[in-house]
Design a protein around this ligand. Structure first.
Ligand SMILES: C[S@@+](CC[C@H](N)C(=O)[O-])C[C@H]1O[C@@H](n2cnc3c(N)ncnc32)[C@H](O)[C@@H]1O
Length: 279
């Protein structure tokens, strides 16, 4: 396990993912009833954008850096409110990853479960979150913990599946893990992030997911350059199973803004239903 998210924190792919997650959590919190959020590939949580690793790639400059300088968009508000709260003097210094984003949005009645397999990132998360009684941190494998945690007693919530795709069979492992999760909790909201290098690999991933007869599943993709170099991260995608009914409209607004701001004149976006009918 070599992957460390600190090299990529705040890049264009984090922007798409975190803005979408914040929309989903905001939607779920329209009701007072408690919810459970399971962040199955958590990472350490908070990133110092001036640290040695982040400065090595400066990927954040092509992501949150551009949004921070941009004109803003209402669809990004819930997420940007959290990023701003971490940078109260208006200078972008740190970036909240998904665990910090979720924690910042938790109400007293909500619960957050973090799973991280890398011992060092797990220790960092433990230091960051150890004292919050609403947060549990597990040094574990994502899919084993998903199996153990579902269905949540709250019966409302969100599961984030955000692996590093370092291993060749990650798509296969994910589809297997998701099949088990859906058996246990078919009505849960699942958000799956994936990198886009070449299209063929994604088409076959989608076909495997379709073979699960999933519940309604929305696919949102942002390409920051044409997908013609299979060795580069040309874009990223999210699959949202059982999405809130408000999400499609929000993404219809958000994706063109992100494209204009992050990849003007170069990229493209895509928003479509991978599955529409209830499974
Ligand atoms: C893409 S990063 C997570 C980023 C984070 N979710 C965010 O949005 O800020 C993926 C994380 O998954 C961890 N990881 C890799 N394999 C894992 C596994 N089998 N189970 C749990 N965590 C894993 C990596 O160490 C890494 O920290």
């Amino acid at each position: 396990m070599n992957y460390r998210h600190v090299y990529h924190a705040g890049n264009f792919a984090d922007v798409v993912k975190h803005a979408t997650l914040a929309h989903i959590v905001t939607y779920l919190q329209r009701k007072e009833t408690p919810l459970m959020i399971l962040d199955a590939h958590a990472g350490p949580g908070l990133y110092d954008l001036s640290c040695e690793q982040a400065s090595k790639t400066n990927e954040w400059q092509g992501g949150i850096g551009k949004i921070w300088e941009g004109s803003g968009h209402p669809a990004l508000q819930p997420w940007l409110d959290v990023v701003r709260a971490f940078n109260p003097d208006g200078e972008l210094a740190v970036y909240p990853g998904s665990p910090k984003l979720f924690q910042a949005m938790l109400r007293p009645q909500d619960r957050l479960v973090l799973v991280e397999k890398h011992p060092q990132d797990h220790v960092s998360a433990d230091i960051e979150f150890g004292r919050d009684p609403r947060v549990r941190i597990h040094l574990d494998d994502a899919y084993a913990r998903i199996k153990a945690c579902l269905p949540p007693p709250e019966r409302r919530g969100l599961v984030l599946i955000d692996p590093p795709y370092e291993e060749k069979d990650e798509h296969r492992k994910l589809v297997k893990g998701l099949a088990q999760a859906l058996k246990r909790w078919p009505s849960g909201i699942y958000c799956i992030w994936y990198p886009i290098k070449g299209r063929a690999q994604i088409d076959s991933f989608w076909d495997d997911l379709k073979s699960l007869a999933p519940p309604p599943t929305l696919a949102a993709e942002l390409m920051i350059r044409p997908g013609d170099d299979p060795f580069r991260l040309n874009g990223c995608g999210l699959l949202i199973l059982n999405p809130p009914w408000t999400l499609e409209e929000s993404l219809k607004d958000m994706l063109p803004y992100l494209l204009r701001t992050l990849a003007p004149g170069k990229g493209s976006y895509r928003l479509e239903w991978l599955a529409r009918e209830p499974a």
